[in-house]
Design a protein around this ligand. Structure first.
Ligand SMILES: [Zn+2]
Length: 548
């Protein structure tokens, strides 16, 4: 701990030309990148990217060698991954290290960049490149990469272990961003999505166990293909055993799996057999939230967890707290069950909505030992900026204090409108207490350099405008694909934001900066057009109403 702290302090006092630490490139001498013998997937990418970014930053070719072929005379080593030298030096730190955690250790004669797994080794390299070379991946693609130039490079000695606060971090809808997601430390380990449809397939069970499928009225329901309008019968032992066995099979096939999903199907169609009815006790609605099937579903899931615990005492059972099971049941969940609580935290601008939502999360935290949050962070469906970084950070702090250790969001980003949103989000779920203003300031400074100040204000107004909107917040897709969203950005706000873009364009000298501003300008022009159209329509309507 003491060593780690010293490392951080040294980091704070780094000054240009500092030569007390490890020389990456100094006086014609270069470090050598030494990788673990069995480097694969992300750990192979780790040493390759390290060499490639060091070259882009210094113009020098950095040698990469497998550990067995490294000769000390070639240069001081930067060890990447689980090299023998690293295993020996950091044995104590590596023992029991969380799979997403990683270590950046700098000594005067060697650097060690290592994670518990290949992907966390990759993150150790990202951290090194960010902290000491100054590389930034601000948005996906070449336009979002910022690689400072160095003619010499020395990094201060110190050791820091990086551990995520939220253990599982996943978003969907940004697949096109490729490596960028990986570099933002986005990687899940919890499984919680709709999955009963895949466990109980008619092909597997209809002939032998039709009783696994629900009674709808007097009829046993045979599901069609990709049919979500049903849930299996939850009143019989057979489905408990079959569900637990499905998880057993998955864990046996892939021992690295930490979790298996029992997320309900994305519809209703609950079983109405006498056994289910005997358990079923609908909880009254609470501010529009339903607990109609909470008792039935979570009673069943507790039995599955108890069954599975015999063979896999620590594996998790993920599920979705939403729809008719969004209210917690009046009993505790088995400690291995991890419900993902769905909400629309962008709408926390409405204090009443936020209060209710957090009251519900607090109720859940008394019922479940560990939870995840599921957010609707769009993106697509909006032609106005939907930036809510500060609301998001507050929500994650609250969630973290209430047993939440997992994060998932449907993001489907509007890169051209939402600027630093996902970049900030990734840092918040890694560390809910991160200095968000510093993160956003850095993002703007690195992205827009000489034009940073007006661009910072541009995005700050966008965020503030979202936060100050009137109206009631609501669960999931409020205002998506709805022209009412244009009402949030008044003509006066449109003018102010446009003026900051104009100012940024005037200040921009560097060609990359000009291109970056242009990237955001293009989308903003569309927003202005659509909002302008909305406000003109509203004005015409007022004139008509006055005449009438
Ligand atoms: Zn039933």
């Amino acid at each position: 701990m003491r060593v780690a702290l010293i490392g951080v302090l040294l980091g704070l006092f780094t000054v240009p030309g500092f030569t007390g630490g490890f020389p990456v490139l100094e006086a014609g001498r270069q470090a050598v990148i030494v990788y673990e013998a069995e480097a694969e997937a992300e750990s192979a990418k780790a040493y390759q990217d390290l060499a490639s970014y060091l070259k882009r930053s210094t113009g020098k070719e950095f040698k990469t060698v497998a550990e067995g072929e490294y000769r000390p005379g070639e240069g001081l080593p930067i060890y990447v991954g689980r090299c023998r030298a690293t295993e020996e030096a950091l044995r104590g730190d590596l023992a029991g290290l969380d799979r997403d955690a990683y270590i950046v250790a700098v000594e005067p004669a060697r650097v060690m960049l290592v994670g518990a797994r290949p992907w966390s080794t990759y993150w150790a390299v990202c951290q090194f490149l960010e902290d000491y070379v100054g590389v930034r991946w601000l948005i996906p693609g070449p336009l979002g990469e910022d690689v400072p130039q160095h003619s010499s490079l020395a990094v201060p000695a110190g050791k820091k272990i990086h551990v995520p606060a939220l253990r599982s971090r996943l978003w969907s809808g940004a697949h096109h961003a490729g490596d960028w997601n990986l570099r933002q430390r986005i990687r899940s380990r919890d499984h919680f999505h709709h999955n009963l449809i895949r466990i109980f397939t008619p092909e597997k069970y209809w002939d032998t166990h039709p009783e696994y499928f629900p009674m709808h009225g007097n009829q046993r329901y045979r599901p069609g293909k990709e049919d979500h309008a049903w849930q299996p019968c939850m009143g019989i032992e057979g489905t408990v055993q079959a569900a637990a066995d499905a998880a057993r099979e998955a864990f046996r096939k892939d021992p690295t799996l930490e979790s298996f999903s029992f997320g309900m199907n994305d519809g209703q169609g609950w079983c109405e057999c006498p056994a289910c009815k005997a358990i079923d006790r609908p909880i009254p609605d609470w501010h529009g939230f339903s607990g109609d099937k909470s008792v039935l579903y979570y009673t069943w899931l507790n039995k599955v967890a108890e069954n599975l615990e015999k063979d896999y005492p620590d594996k998790k059972l993920g599920c979705l707290a939403y729809s008719s099971v969004i209210l917690p049941p009046p009993f505790k969940l088995h400690r291995n069950i991890v419900p993902y609580f769905t909400s629309n935290r962008a709408d926390y601008f409405d204090r009443r909505f936020r209060k209710r939502d957090q009251a519900l999360l607090a109720r859940w935290s008394r019922c479940a030992a560990q939870m995840g949050i599921y957010d609707y962070a769009y993106g697509v469906g909006f032609a106005v900026p939907r930036i809510y970084n500060h609301l998001f950070q507050d929500s994650v702090k609250f969630a973290y204090a209430h047993s939440v250790r997992g994060f998932y969001a449907e993001v489907y980003p509007n890169w051209g409108l939402d600027g630093p949103k996902l970049y900030a989000m990734a840092r918040i779920v890694w560390n809910p207490r991160v200095d968000l203003d510093a993160v956003v300031r850095d993002w703007n400074e690195r992205m827009f350099r000489e034009a940073a100040e007006p661009m910072r204000r541009y995005f700050a107004i966008a965020e503030e405008t979202w936060r100050r909107q009137k109206g009631a917040g609501a669960w999931n897709y409020r205002l998506a694909a709805d022209p009412a969203q244009f009402r949030i950005f008044s003509p006066r706000t449109l003018e102010r934001m446009t003026a900051y873009l104009d100012e940024a364009e005037r200040l921009a000298v560097d060609e990359t900066v000009r291109q970056r501003i242009h990237f955001f300008r293009k989308t903003w022009n569309l927003t202005r057009l659509l909002c302008g159209n909305y406000w003109t329509g509203a004005q015409v309507q007022r004139l008509i109403d006055r005449k009438a």
